[in-house]
Design a protein around this ligand. Sequence first.
Ligand code: GAL
Length: 404
Amino acid sequence: MTHESKLARGLGLGGSATVLAALLVAGPALASNDNSSASNDSGSQNSHLAVTESDFGKTPQGQEVKRYQLTNRNGMSVDIITFGARIQSIKVPDKDGNVADVALGFDNVEGYIHKNQYMGATIGRYANRIANGQFTLDGHTYNLPKNNGPNTLHGGPEGFQQQVWQAKEIHPHGTVGVEMTYLSPDGQMGFPGDLVTTVRYTLDNDNDLRIHYSAVSDKDTVINLTNHTYFNLEGAGSGSILNEVAMINADKYSPIDKTEIPLGSARAVKGTPFDFTTPHTFGERIHAKTTQLMRAEPKQGGYDHNWVLDTNGNLDALAARVTDPKSGRELEVYTTEPGVQVYTSNFIHGKYEGKGGKTYHHWSAFTMETQHYPDSPNHPSYPTTELKAGKKFTSTTIFKFLPE
Ligand code: GAL
């Protein structure tokens, strides 16, 4: 049986799923880093790279959830679960070799269902907001469920983050990883087309956690995928991120209205709290109570905006960097996407218990949601998020952790 027909069979559909799966596995974008057996790889590049699978529990409907742990020779490990294709943990050594988990999350499936906050999740079909839960494509108006005031957020209430993905371990050269696949049926959360999406997480010995997305639909549709990991480089649950130092390679950002929809044109960051073209701590200007900071969260404010990256989709160009002076840990972000939503966990209110009983609160984490701009289907001047029937969507983001 071919890989694509196995995939289609696993997805539980004949017909269009077979065709979509075939389109997804075909083509140079995947062929260049496609599956090759670990035992075929030679030399030190692959030493100490391993993947292990374990049980992570069950959904209330009885679906099994698996966890895949990727490890490298530097003592770094990344755990990914099949519920929402989520990053559940990222353990990284600091400058003295002490390991901490720098990703917020939960110890079990219940946490991800009941407390959620999109922790670590793959977000789809459309990351961030679509105004009034509506867009028009090929002359047809589509209505989506509204789950964020008047808007649709992160693909709707039953978006990708709530689905159980199929998974298999992969060993592309010099890396180790897991590939997760999900078939979203035509009309799910209001979006057109059967859509097969694959997310490949790989880790190498340079501490690069690479996320490669691909997707194919059998009808014209819109798509915007991201990962919603909350980072705290000192360690999840260790307190605020206000002393962590950020650099974002963007001269412009997207100002928002009261419901957090971009106003239209991007605005220059120069002279505003959004200027991270040179390094600044998150805390330096977060208290400024400017209109834009307060629109992100009306009580204490915060960052929750799209930065228009100056990287031109170049995966070799640094999009953002965050450094924690205390631990010496550093995160670098590289992406083919034109934007990044930086969100300082403003909506984590009160006492919020996460992994290991640790407490999370507002401003105790930041996200680096590489993406197309929010509400692009309603802004013809933005880079397009349309995906034509039968065409392959691809996107790559690298989270690189230092010290190696
Ligand atoms: C962000 C979004 C925030 C908030 C968060 C999840 O991507 O911009 O407004 O909804 O996700 O709580």
